[in-house]
Design a protein around this ligand. Structure first.
Ligand SMILES: Cc1cc2nc3c(=O)[nH]c(=O)nc-3n(C[C@H](O)[C@H](O)[C@H](O)COP(=O)(O)OP(=O)(O)OC[C@H]3O[C@@H](n4cnc5c(N)ncnc54)[C@H](O)[C@@H]3O)c2cc1C
Length: 482
């Protein structure tokens, strides 16, 4: 069986790795991975500059979702996995000129602890009263999908959208809470509203059920896991280890696929002016690119794929000698609500979040810009972007902490155009329509961050699963069984 993979981001790489495993195990599988850029990894990319690991794209993955760490272990990178430094985890939200820590007890945007919520400076008194009264919210049948902003505002008011939902989600999706789907992005909260009415009561009930289950099982409570996991050498280490496992002859860099056609018994893939025949196809490009490629095959499918919105973003790493700076606030960094009208959406204190990836005496500040409402920034020259970030850091953290005269030793700017899929209101229905059409096209699989999870572990899970599905029919075992 010949399989083409379009796109060598983490989803396409995971699919290729799985096919390589099948090939080595004796399956009659050949594959070709087409990647339009001159490198693999898609938005996963990092470099080490004077001993500091600088992430251009993702800096880590959620520990709770096992697919990424499992794959790292399979690749022999188990000893390289590094936890986030959760002992120092503290995140601030910018409110006016002040950085206010997120109150203790927040779970998925839901306040669950009375005293920290009552005392925080993040919310005004009317919002705090509303948060208290939220306990009386009546159950509501889950009907039509709605935006995250609509759900959060109904329960906690507009200020909670501006100061909590919006900055937290723009830090993850580069997205806008008035566009993102509550049903896809916060499914647990939608279920809790149906069952309990109050999200706070729902969250507390879920928590006590979990504790009761742990007690009944008689097992000692497991040590808390770090929220994020990364690699000592950066995410590039992951990409490099995957690349090493692939058959070099099966990987074609700088080779964009320009056309896909369905043939009587398979697929025709056009790249570099040549069309080749394959039995099956894993499309691991962004959905907007998949939409263009599948236009001739199924125009309705192509239209659905092109309808998935994407946001663009910019990351800027600034490496400073600590002697140039004052003392940064404790914690991992801060988020900037859109209502604050800044260019920055977030800033991570990289040397605090993952220990051992920055040389002693250096500080790395990583700013995140762009998002759905600020695409125009992508066309600004690097020097302008770096100057904007330095100015905003100076004004947010203060002249004593980031003096205007403090020159970063190194500045790295990375632009990610239309890289992050947005699960907009109605995403679930769109996804169902997409996969209903894909089911009519034998041998086609769609994977990547547009469908069932934006993060690295989900992309890996989907990529590997697609490859397993396709090879199941060509494995020696099933071949002899059939
Ligand atoms: C700045 C940033 C920070 C992030 N932070 C995190 C984080 O900390 N943790 C986390 O879990 N996730 C994070 N994410 C999300 C996560 O990195 C992505 O969702 C994931 O890497 C997407 O992988 P992918 O393979 O679906 O797509 P991509 O990485 O976009 O790869 C798609 C590939 O397809 C190629 N391609 C497109 N068209 C064609 C064609 N016609 N022919 C051949 N090749 C083609 C592209 O060149 C690209 O290499 C972040 C994303 C960004 C942009």
């Amino acid at each position: 069986m010949r399989i083409a993979i379009v796109g060598g981001g983490i989803a396409g790489l995971a699919a290729a790795y799985e096919l390589e495993l099948a090939r080595k195990a004796g399956s009659l599988v050949e594959y070709t991975l087409f990647e339009s850029r001159d490198r693999l990894g898609g938005s996963m990319a990092s470099e080490i500059v004077n001993g500091a690991v600088l992430e251009r794209g993702p800096d880590s993955f959620l520990t709770e979702k096992p697919a990424a760490a499992e794959l790292c272990r399979e690749l022999g990178l188990g000893a390289e996995l590094t936890p986030s430094n959760d002992a120092d985890r503290k995140t601030y939200i910018l409110v006016g000129k002040r950085l206010v820590p997120l109150p203790d007890g927040l779970m998925f945007l839901v306040p669950t602890k009375l005293i920290p919520t009552a005392l925080t400076r993040l919310f005004s008194i009317p919002t705090k009263i509303r948060m208290g009264l939220e306990l009386l919210h009546p159950p509501r049948p889950s009907g039509q999908d709605e935006s995250v902003a609509a759900l959060v505002e109904r329960h906690f008011g507009a200020e909670a959208v501006d100061r909590l939902a919006d900055p937290l989600l723009s830090g993850i999706y580069g997205g806008d809470s008035t566009q993102l789907s509550a049903r896809t992005v916060l499914p647990r909260l939608v279920e809790m509203e149906t069952e309990y009415g109050s999200l706070t009561r729902g969250m507390l009930a879920a928590h006590s059920k979990m504790r009761a289950r742990a007690k009944a099982s008689g097992k000692a409570p497991a040590a808390p896991r770090p929220i994020f996991t990364s690699l000592r050498g950066g995410m590039q280490q992951f990409v490099d280890a995957l690349t090493e496992r692939l058959d070099p002859a099966s990987v074609r860099l700088s080779t964009p696929v320009s056309g896909l056609d369905k043939t009587r018994d398979g697929w025709s893939v056009t790249a570099g002016g040549t069309a080749e025949r394959y039995d099956a196809l894993i499309v691991a490009s962004p959905a907007w690119a998949a939409g263009v490629l599948l236009e001739r095959v199924d125009p309705a499918l192509a239209e659905e794929l092109s309808g998935i919105p994407y946001s663009s973003s910019i990351t800027i790493n600034l490496v400073y000698d600590e002697s140039q700076l004052g003392r940064l606030p404790d914690g991992f960094g801060f988020l900037v609500p859109a209502v604050e009208g800044r260019s920055m959406l977030a800033c991570t204190f990289v040397h605090r979040k993952f220990l051992g990836r920055t040389p002693p005496g250096k500080a790395v500040l990583r700013a995140f810009l762009g998002g759905m409402n600020n695409e125009a920034l992508l066309t600004e020259p690097d020097a302008v972007l770096v100057a904007t970030v330095r100015k905003e850091l100076n004004s947010i953290l203060g002249e004593k902490v980031i003096p205007a005269a403090a020159e970063p030793e190194y500045a790295q700017v990375s632009r990610w155009r239309r890289a992050m899929a947005q699960y907009a209101v109605g995403h679930q229905d769109r996804k169902d329509r997409i996969f209903a059409r894909v089911a009519e096209l034998p041998g086609l699989r769609l994977v990547g961050n547009a469908y069932d999870g934006i993060g690295i572990p989900d992309c890996i899970r989907l990529g590997r699963q697609a490859a397993k599905d396709l090879t199941a029919s060509s494995s020696p075992v099933s071949a002899s069984a059939s």
